[in-house]
Design a protein around this ligand. Structure first.
Ligand code: GTP
Ligand code: MG
Length: 249
């Protein structure tokens, strides 16, 4: 009887192949993720550079910066695995590349609602950028009140083997929409899995107030722009601008 009991050594031998298999798969996943991460980072740099150029040009031409600030991230390996798992897909980097369009993400926070469409239209007008998907949560807000314009674009990235087109999810929203989304995200994290309908209604009511303010602020900005434009048109100011070499076309 004593002889049939597994020794510690035997137990170890029985368990090891499973651990080795998992460790090997994780190592492989980490290695492949490290390889693609650089390419998605390059795609984000490309989008950031193009958006910054548009913002600077706009500022020079119209004395207005449509972009307030930008944020970006490459989805972490943990988030990729969680998302593939929740969608019921195989856990592999090749599957992530094929199915997930938000591995590279850029958030563009604009000042006013009109700026959102200006920025999106100017970016999409660039002939090497193609639109893959658009979700307009400004025209069709989510039931909880979430508003933003989401576009997924393919952007060219040059690597040693040539040109690759990499998808980047761009979320474009105003400072006001960002304020709501940031706080709502924090609240939801602490909430139970299912947010009660009464809370959804309250969030929606807050979003409606914020939306109204967002458009009011835009109207104030436009009204002030008109006043400034009129002031710029007085003979004295035109002469002053010419003398200073600041004449605007
Ligand atoms: P994800 O699996 O989250 O990527 O969702 P999806 O593929 O169905 O796309 P969707 O356009 O709904 O959301 C994409 C991203 O938009 C999310 O990851 C969030 O960053 C943001 N988002 C969408 N809905 C909400 C919301 O209700 N509140 C907040 N705070 N952010 C949201
Ligand atoms: Mg996402």
């Amino acid at each position: 009887m004593e002889q049939n009991k597994p020794t510690m050594a035997k137990v170890k031998i029985e368990v090891r192949p499973v651990n080795v298999g998992i460790n090997y798969a994780m190592e492989e996943l980490r290695r492949e993720y490290a390889q693609i991460k650089g390419i998605y980072e390059a795609a984000i740099r490309e989008i950031n550079a193009r958006l910054q150029t548009l913002d600077s040009e706009f500022s020079f031409k119209y004395m207005h910066n449509p972009i307030h600030h930008m944020e970006s991230r490459v989805k972490s390996l943990g988030s990729i695995v969680r998302k593939l798992h929740s969608l019921g897909y195989p856990i592999s980097i090749s599957c992530a590349k094929k199915t997930l369009h938000d591995i590279a993400g850029v958030r563009v926070v604009c000042r006013y609602v009109d700026d959102i469409y200006r920025i999106a239209d100017l970016l999409l007008a660039q002939d090497d950028i193609s639109l893959i998907l658009e979700k307009n949560y400004i025209k069709n807000p989510k039931p909880n009140g979430y508003r933003s314009l989401h576009i997924v674009v393919d952007v060219p990235v040059y690597v040693s083997q040539g040109k690759l087109f990499i998808p980047v999810e761009i979320q474009i929203r105003t400072v006001a929409m960002d304020f709501w989304a940031t706080l709502e995200h924090g609240i939801r994290y602490k909430a139970p899995a299912e947010v009660p309908p009464s809370i959804v209604d309250e969030l929606r009511a807050c979003a409606d107030v914020i939306t109204e303010t967002d458009y009011k602020m835009q109207e104030i900005f436009k009204a002030l722009q008109k006043v400034n434009d009129k002031a710029d048109e007085t003979p004295e100011s035109i002469m002053e601008a010419e003398e200073d070499g600041k004449g605007r076309k």
